[in-house]
Design a protein around this ligand. Structure first.
Ligand SMILES: *[C@@H]1O[C@H](CO)[C@@H](O)[C@H](O)[C@H]1NC(C)=O
Ligand SMILES: *[C@@H]1O[C@H](CO)[C@@H](O)[C@H](O)[C@H]1NC(C)=O
Length: 386
């Protein structure tokens, strides 16, 4: 590559210098080695155990025979490194990453004018671009914006919206929010972000401000949350309904039969999968619970409480003072296949239901197996189901 070529005359001059320096260093090293036979061993970086054993054998043999040269193969094997990286010196390991954009030039230290601490991800189709434009206006520049494009249309966004040029665009056709989340939002990749928004595209945000939302979530210690839903426009679960004159609520106002005690989903410890917001710690757990093949995420909402400390209903809640409108636009739901005379959306809906059952079963079985392996009685009934 052009940018990497250098002048050759300079190079030969440099290599002469290098050679001279090297010769000096070798001569100096030999001198040093002769005068302090044990010094050179301790100066190389060896695993501590090995060093100790060398020191001991050296001490034992001191009186009898002169120290003999020890064949040292300085091998790095650091079991506490991340799996697979044991051969690396720990100091070079970068085990976490971020979505910060960098320049191709200049000092890397000076690349980042801002290091956003919040992450907003939206799974989008081009048709909903005006909705998303409205979202972005409600998220300050303290947010990194990531768009997951399920319709494969990305470049049009840059033509239309200035903010799009600084957003991260990930495009894979006909994939769902949870499919993307599992592939691209590994906790180590998003480790710089204190809060992670994983939102659908059909939400009205006229009464929402993200910065204010985060302030409230922090204040109430919510690890998992969602904005309240405008009851005028419909909601699926009583608990997610927005309450007036309230900042946050954590339980239903109706006393349903199945909500007596202890408070469990969907009466408490519950948010829906359409607009969840996770703290860094909660996300580190939730990511592991997302199944690779269950792409719609149905049933996940009932299991989220497993990812926060008990009592879970204290850490999961609905923010009433920053609320949204669910528009119920089927978008990705219409991207199914027409099969057996069924409409495309029907096939998707059936799959969602099937995934819900599968997920429930997997959690239940995993829990059962776990307690069985410990040879103790399971402390609770299945907790993912209604
Ligand atoms: C971004 O975050 C900083 C630090 O928390 C805060 O002072 C600033 O007001 C925030 N920006 C906006 C637009 O709210
Ligand atoms: C929960 O467990 C109790 C006793 O262990 C049992 O009687 C009850 O039927 C279980 N409920 C469900 C929903 O499985």
């Amino acid at each position: 590559m052009g940018i990497l070529s250098r002048s050759s005359s300079r190079r030969s001059e440099e290599s002469m210098k290098l050679l001279t320096t090297a010769l000096f260093a070798i001569a100096f090293g030999i001198l040093l080695g002769l005068s302090f036979p044990s010094l050179w061993i301790t100066q190389t970086s060896l695993p501590r155990n090995l060093l100790r054993s060398i020191a001991i054998s050296h001490r034992n043999s001191e009186t009898a025979t002169p120290p003999k040269a020890i064949d040292i193969t300085t091998k790095i094997w650091e079991p506490s490194n991340p799996r697979g990286a044991e051969r690396l010196p720990p100091g070079i390991i970068a085990s976490e990453s971020d979505f910060y954009l960098r320049r191709l030039w200049g000092n890397p230290d000076e690349d980042l004018k801002k290091q956003p601490r919040y992450l907003a991800t939206f799974t989008v189709g081009y048709n909903q671009r005006h909705n998303i434009d409205a979202y972005v206006n409600k998220f300050s520049d303290n947010f990194t914006i990531v768009l997951f494009h399920y319709d494969g249309r990305t470049s049009e966004w840059n033509d239309e919206f200035e903010w799009s040029k600084n957003a991260i665009h990930i495009s894979v056709k006909k994939q769902t929010k949870w499919w993307y989340a599992k592939r691209f939002l590994h906790p180590d990749i998003v480790a710089q972000y204190d809060y992670i928004f994983i939102w659908d595209e059909d939400l009205g945000v006229d009464h929402f401000n993200a910065e204010e939302y985060v302030r409230i979530v922090k204040k109430h210690g919510l690890e998992i949350s969602q904005p309240g839903l405008d009851p005028e426009r419909g909601f699926n679960w009583q608990i997610t309904k927005r309450r007036e004159h309230s900042e946050v609520h954590k339980e239903t106002d109706e006393k349903l039969d199945w909500c007596s005690h202890p408070p469990r989903p969907p009466c408490a410890g519950f948010v829906e999968i359409m607009a969840p917001v996770f703290s860094k710690n909660a996300w580190r757990c939730v990511w592991y619970m997302i199944q690779n093949d269950l792409v719609h995420g149905w049933g996940l909402d009932f299991a989220l409480r497993r990812c926060v400390e008990e009592p879970a209903y204290e850490k999961i809640g609905i923010v009433d003072s920053q609320w949204i409108v669910h528009q119920f636009i089927p978008s990705l739901g219409n991207e199914g296949n027409s099969e057996n005379g069924k409409a495309p959306w029907q096939g998707v809906r059936d799959r969602c239901q099937m995934e819900w059952k599968l997920f429930e079963k997997r959690v239940e079985n995993a829990e059962k197996d776990y307690f069985k392996s410990l040879q103790v009685e399971s402390p609770s009934n299945s907790t993912t189901s209604r």
